[in-house]
Design a protein around this ligand. Structure first.
Ligand code: HEC
Length: 126
């Protein structure tokens, strides 16, 4: 009797445990975010780098040296304030082909992308 009961699948407690794990993961992420305010978690960083190379690269050039959009190399952006770059990423440039990325990245992530562009994100590291 006891055996049969313990073998019966019990979805409710399972869901509960998954919810707990999710909550724990979110809490851990929140702690990580608090520790490095500007840095997304590593997996998200990898996604953002892919986004910049592929989606941004479709206009700014695969090595970010310019295409339809201007180059996004550290040299080209040297005199651009990081906050201005982040605002351009979030809001786009109305009246130009530069679209707003607000639906896809948070403001903190846009800050991070801007700082990565200043340091170099092209395929050749420039
Ligand atoms: C559909 C084409 C297109 C896509 C996709 C695109 N951009 Fe742009 N971007 C432009 C154009 C065109 C400009 C120049 C706007 C202007 O004339 O001021 C620009 C300007 C910028 C600037 C300002 C550069 C400067 O010198 O002031 C930044 C930063 C930028 N884009 C970042 C990005 C990032 C990051 C992405 C991807 C998340 C991206 N762009 C995707 C077309 C695009």
């Amino acid at each position: 009797m006891l055996d049969a009961r313990s073998r019966r699948p019990s979805p409710a407690p399972h869901t509960g445990r998954a919810g707990c794990r999710l909550a724990a993961a979110l809490a851990a992420a929140a702690v990580a975010t608090a520790a490095h305010a500007a840095d997304p978690p590593p997996a998200r960083e990898a996604e953002l780098v892919r986004l910049v190379r592929q989606d941004c690269g479709s206009c700014h050039g695969m090595t970010l040296r310019g295409g339809l959009g201007p180059p996004l190399t550290p040299q080209a952006l040297a005199d651009r304030p990081e906050a201005m770059l982040a605002a351009t990423i979030i809001h786009g440039r109305p009246g130009t082909a530069m679209p707003p990325w607000r639906p896809f990245v948070t403001e903190a992530e846009a800050d991070w992308i801007a700082s990565r562009l200043k340091r170099g994100l092209g395929d050749d590291g420039r």
